[in-house]
Ligand binder design. Structure first.
Ligand SMILES: CC(C)(COP(=O)(O)OP(=O)(O)OC[C@H]1O[C@@H](n2cnc3c(N)ncnc32)[C@H](O)[C@@H]1OP(=O)(O)O)[C@@H](O)C(=O)NCCC(=O)NCCS
Length: 201
């Protein structure tokens, strides 16, 4: 999710869908969790993660919940490695300083970040998840899911009722099992695109 824009529409429910079809022409994907549907386990702070913190640690993956110790040049390299455009590291610093919730995983052998995700928002009603990445050398072993589960739990525990993200079409299948739905209740997200608007002038 590396897009520019914001969503303020508060969808009212989450749809866990097996049969929903996706309009791949739409650039924006919206997903939401409703407070009324927060699983009891989450409310009780007992969400079962697919992989425990202990298991992650035993494999050399250390979970971190603040910017402390995070080398932003290394993080930027992970972004670039997965295909995001290279961004000014200082701007990333400002973005992260303005981020309410962030999680990353350090690989203890290299002491480098290998997975990252963050959410911005108003702290009460809405949050948007950004920059979900796993270093290509570490993809496919559960780190993306592990970090997303924990990010979601943090947001839900804060009582945030709408959690949205932008998804590349090829990654929809990663987000669906985590509870995200495209266009719940027919709601469409919209993005103000500077590029598109400049073209029109
Ligand atoms: C998308 C991404 C974060 C997934 O992280 P990951 O660590 O490779 O994924 P995991 O190993 O945790 O996979 C968890 C589950 O999702 C599935 N999955 C992973 N990527 C998927 C994809 N692109 N499409 C469908 N399913 C996917 C896995 O098969 C696994 O399924 P399981 O739980 O049934 O075994 C990672 O591949 C990545 O960084 N991609 C490049 C950056 C990117 O596209 N970010 C998202 C921008 S919208």
């Amino acid at each position: 999710m590396l897009l520019h824009g914001s969503i303020s529409t508060p969808p009212s429910s989450i749809r866990l869908l097996k049969s929903q079809t996706y309009n791949t022409k739409l650039k924006l994907r919206v997903a939401a969790a409703s407070a009324s549907q927060i699983p009891a386990a989450v409310a009780e702070n007992k969400l079962k993660f697919s992989i425990s913190n202990e298991e992650l640690e035993s494999r050399g993956f250390l979970l971190k919940q603040s910017m402390e110790g995070l080398n932003l040049d290394q993080l930027n390299s992970v972004f670039v490695a997965v295909g995001f455009p290279r961004r000014d590291t200082e701007k990333i610093r400002v973005a992260l300083e303005n981020t309410d919730t962030l999680l990353w995983i350090e690989y203890s052998k290299t002491q480098k970040p290998v997975a990252f995700a963050r959410a911005t928002g108003d702290g009460v009603f809405n949050a948007i998840i950004w920059d979900v990445v796993v270093d290509p050398s570490f993809q496919g072993i559960g780190l993306g899911k592990a970090i997303m589960e924990r990010l979601l739990e943090e947001l839900l525990l804060k009582g945030i009722t709408n959690i949205a993200l932008y998804s590349e079409p090829r990654v929809l299948g990663f987000y669906r099992p985590l509870g995200f739905a495209a266009d719940p209740d027919g709601i469409r997200g919209m993005v103000y695109s500077r590029k598109q608007n400049q073209k029109r002038k």
